[in-house]
Design a binder for this molecule. Sequence first.
Ligand code: GTP
Length: 364
Amino acid sequence: MWHPSRVTEAVLLVGGQGTRLRPLTINTPKPMLPVAGVPFTVHQITRARDAGVTRIVLATSYKAEVFRAFIDDADLGIEVVIATEDEPLGTGGAIRHALPFLESGPDEPVLIFNGDVLSGVHLEGLVAHHRDTASDVTLYLTPVEDPRAYGLVPTDHDGRVTAFLEKPKTAEEIVTNNINAGCYVFRRGLIDTIPAGRPVSVERETFPGLLAADALVTGVVDKGYWLDLGTPLSFVQGSCDLVLGAAPSPAVPSIGDFLELPGAQVSPDAQVHSGSVIGSGAVVGSGAIVNGAVVFDGAEIAEGAHVVNSIVGVGAVVGAGSVLRGAVIGDGAVIGRGNELLDGVRVWPGAELADGSVRFSSDA
Ligand code: GTP
């Protein structure tokens, strides 16, 4: 039986191009990139399932076929329906496009998730707040230390959202540290009011429009774990936090200092730490150090290489003695031995880098 503090349907927004994570997102849409051993989307779907969601609509656009192929074979214990936009409709347009795929009645709550947020928010609490306040929309808000990079969402004493502010430019404009954390509860009937068939931004158009129309938009501040996995560094951090057990997900294969997927080969004298993942069929050679990094399936970290806070794409090769710190290596790229790639360097899929001149201990 439907319980008022539960919610049975959700929409997961997974159609973005993930430009900040290029070149990893050239072949794979961001929510399908493996994080702690499974596609990121699986962490979100299983968290929603455990909160009582029984049906989820995946709002896809960019590389929709990758989701389709995965979902066809997956058994996640929840009904997953795929809605695909012909043209990307933006966050609000995607929610509106998902409407015909929803079965909820007009007054029932529907959960909406951005497809790149890792969080420990108490979903039942969010829905209970939505019901208790009879809100039109309830937003999950998270406090951030430095809010300058984000739009701000101030609330009044009753938790009612008073404004959606652009990124603050001066100290005076920082009126709150709370930002939109990328998860909402919508009264289903409100989704009907989003214009159909054209791009709509839920952040820039729908939410401000609701305030202007005097709709009841409330915020719930949750101080628990929150991370937007949109950049390479935060992607690595999210994966490591999941492996270390610092971020919550029912889908992590095993929690520990590192995660070695079936078929990985790690040399006994290699050092793998700090929540690193070694993908299926990947090889880590003698004396290599992998620290707080994500090594995708079939990649090779040759002897003596150091891979720190970095991502190594599917089948990519990091040559002997090479040093990676804060680097992203695209699928199938080959980094010759003795290279040093630091601080945000990105290597495109299939690229080949000649040997460098960094020496390591086993060099003559
Ligand atoms: P960047 O390009 O790196 O900013 O990443 P992104 O494409 O994911 O964009 P952004 O982080 O702003 O998107 C927020 C969420 O909405 C993500 O989960 C996206 O997948 C999703 N999203 C963005 N645009 C669309 C769209 O046009 N259609 C659908 N279905 N989802 C979208």
